[in-house]
Write a protein that binds this ligand. Structure first.
Ligand code: HSE
Length: 307
C-alpha cells in the first residue's frame, strides 16, 4: 500500500434551500487538493497550506482536528503529514472547512486500508466543523464524503441517507467577494419557529426528496423554498432579491443561499440553462459593481476522489 495520496475534495452546497442543517450536495467544478502521507512520528502535522490564510497549528486547523478524531479511534501507531492546496475561499459558503476536514479523514482511511465506514468518517470530519463554526453540523461533510445529494435524517444517532441525483441537474453558484463567518450567520437566526412555517418547510423538504428520486424537475423547483432561514440571512447578501428574480427569469428551477452564505446558488435543468442563469447573475453583480466568482457545475456523484 502506498504511503502517500493526492486527492480532490469537492466544494459543497449545504441546506439546499429548505433543508437547514440536513440537506447538502457536492459540486464537480470547484474543490481543493490535498496530499496526505504517513509518517513514523505520531500525530498530525500540517506541512503546507497554500491559497488561503488559515492556521497551520494542528489544533487550530479543521483538517488537523478531524484527523486527530480519527487517530483517537485507530490502533495505527504512526502519524500523518498534510498538505492543503485551497481553491475554495474561506467564508464563501461552499464548504471550505468541510473540504479540508473530510479530505484529511478520507485520505487517512485510504492509507490505513479503509478501517472506517463513510458514516464514521462523517463523524470525525464533523469535529472540524465544530472548530470552524462552533456547531458540529454534517450537511457539508456528508456530501463531500458520499457524493451527490445527502440527507442527515438524524444527528443523534447520526443517520445519513444518500439521495438519488437527477442526471440533468446543474448548479450555478455566485460568490460575492465578502466573507461571512458561519458562526456569525448562525447567531442571527431565531432559535424557535412558528408551526405554520414548519409546515411549509417540511412539505418542501419532502417535495424536494420526491422530486430528486422521480427526476421531476418542476417539483424540485417548487420545493426550493425556504421560509425560515433565507428571509433572515439574505439581509447579509448584497443584491440577493435581484439575483433570485433574475435567475428564475433566466430559467433556474430555484435559487437560495449556499450554506451560511454569502454565496448564492441556483439549480437548473441542463448545462445550457445553468450557463444562461450564470449570465443573468453576472449581469446583476456587474450592475451593482460587486466583485464575484461564479461557478457552473454538474452535481458531483463521487465525492472526494484520488487524483
Ligand atoms: N447548515 C449550516 C448553516 C451550513 O447553514 O449554518 C454551514 O456551512
Amino acid at each position: 500500500m502506498s504511503n502517500e495520496i493526492r486527492i480532490f475534495c469537492p466544494a459543497t452546497i449545504a441546506n439546499v434551500s429548505c433543508g437547514f442543517d440536513v440537506l447538502g450536495l457536492a459540486l464537480d467544478a470547484v474543490g481543493d487538493e490535498m496530499v496526505i502521507r504517513k509518517t513514523k512520528e505520531k500525530g498530525i502535522k500540517i506541512t503546507k497550506l497554500e491559497g488561503q490564510n488559515l492556521p497551520m497549528e494542528t489544533l487550530n486547523n479543521v483538517a488537523g482536528v478531524a484527523g486527530l478524531a480519527l487517530l483517537a479511534e485507530s490502533d495505527y501507531q504512526g502519524g500523518f503529514e498534510i498538505e492543503i492546496y485551497k481553491k475554495i475561499k474561506a467564508g464563501s459558503g461552499i464548504g471550505s472547512s468541510a473540504a479540508s476536514s473530510t479530505g484529511a479523514v478520507w485520505a487517512m482511511n485510504e492509507l490505513l486500508g479503509k478501517p472506517f465506514s463513510s458514516l464514521e468518517l462523517v463523524q470525525f470530519a464533523m469535529e472540524g466543523e465544530r472548530l470552524a463554526s462552533g456547531v458540529a453540523h454534517a450537511d457539508n461533510v456528508a456530501p463531500a464524503i458520499y457524493g451527490g445529494f445527502t440527507l442527515v435524517r438524524s444527528y443523534a444517532p447520526l443517520d445519513i441517507i444518500k439521495i438519488h441525483t437527477p442526471s440533468e441537474l446543474y448548479a450555478t453558484v455566485i460568490h460575492p467577494q465578502i466573507e461571512v463567518k458561519t458562526a456569525d450567520s448562525r447567531k442571527i437566526l431565531k432559535t424557535s419557529i412558528e408551526l405554520k412555517d414548519g409546515i411549509k418547510q417540511w412539505g418542501n423538504v419532502g417535495g424536494l426528496i420526491a422530486g430528486l428520486y422521480t427526476e421531476d424537475y418542476d417539483l424540485i423547483g417548487r420545493s426550493l423554498e425556504d421560509h425560515i432561514v433565507e428571509p433572515i440571512r439574505s439581509i447579509l447578501i448584497p443584491g440577493f432579491d435581484k439575483l433570485k428574480s433574475e435567475s428564475l427569469k433566466a430559467g433556474a428551477l430555484g435559487c437560495s443561499i449556499s450554506g451560511s452564505g454569502p454565496s448564492v446558488f441556483t439549480l437548473s435543468r441542463g448545462e445550457k440553462t445553468a450557463l444562461k442563469v450564470a449570465d443573468s447573475m453576472r449581469k446583476v453583480y456587474n450592475n451593482f459593481g460587486i466583485d464575484f466568482d461564479i461557478h457552473v457545475s454538474k452535481i458531483n456523484l463521487e465525492g472526494i476522489k484520488q487524483l
